[in-house]
Design a protein. Structure first.
Length: 240
């Protein structure tokens, strides 16, 4: 749950300005949230090449400010990650849009998300697919997302507290799988739980990370390629 390398410099410049009191976060404190979302999508996401109409629409309609702690809400539509507690962050808006587009969501898809966080990525995807199953290893975050998502009207998201390395075998196989934390390698259980013809999008690596796309063909063979360098929080809980 962090930012892509293309946005690292810009994102940290914003964070630095926030710390110095120079950023324009106050604008978002008084601006109508719907207008702030339109600005976010136009200036941060669409302007940087995300073209999937459904993704753009979902991000214009998903209230990101309600997925961050109240003290952070006036920064919710800036192009940077924000802390959500427990050492976790909500990703930079651009990376949410880019990864959602790369996932190639379809209306009948059943999607597994590893790393629920505050639930924002799941909320975006829920508007594009049939069902989202989201696994979060940090129990307070899982509990909070499980309460918040249906309260905001996202009823096709199921959240469980568990180890993402193991996936959600009881609900497998999945049409798509997305990871919002970085393992050193793609967990084998997740490849097994991906349907033939399915796609997985994940940040992978330790000191250096790449966003990768893994496609499984109809014969069950996987094919992967790298998209761009990223920096995400590490995925914890790797089985020994």
């Amino acid at each position: 749950m962090w930012l892509c390398s293309a946005g690292i410099v810009a994102g940290w410049q914003v964070v630095s300005r926030l710390l110095r009191g120079e950023a324009t976060g106050a604008r978002f404190a008084v601006e109508d949230p719907a207008e702030a979302r339109k600005r976010m999508v136009r200036e941060q996401i669409e302007a940087r090449g995300v073209r999937h109409a459904g993704v753009l629409k979902a991000m214009r309609e998903t209230p990101r400010h309600l997925f961050v702690p109240e003290a952070q809400r006036h920064y919710a539509y800036l192009d940077c990650p924000l802390a959500i507690g427990h050492g976790q962050t909500i990703s930079q808006p651009y990376i949410v849009g880019s990864m959602s587009e790369l996932l190639d969501p379809k209306p009948n898809d059943r999607v597994l998300e590893i790393g629920t966080g505050s639930g924002y990525q799941a909320a975006v995807l829920s508007q594009l697919v049939k069902q989202v199953y989201s696994v979060e290893i940090v129990e307070p975050l899982a509990n909070a997302a499980r309460e918040l998502l249906p309260r905001l009207g996202y009823h096709n998201v199921a959240v469980r507290c568990g180890n993402g390395w193991l996936g959600w075998p009881e609900q497998a196989p999945f049409d798509k799988i997305i990871l919002t934390a970085a393992p050193p390698e793609v967990p084998p259980a997740l490849i097994q739980q991906l349907k033939p013809g399915g796609r997985l999008v994940a940040p992978v690596g330790e000191e250096w990370q790449e966003l990768i796309v893994v496609d499984k063909d109809v014969a069950g063979k996987t094919h992967s390629h790298n998209e761009y360098a990223v920096m995400f929080v590490p995925m914890v809980g790797q089985p020994k």
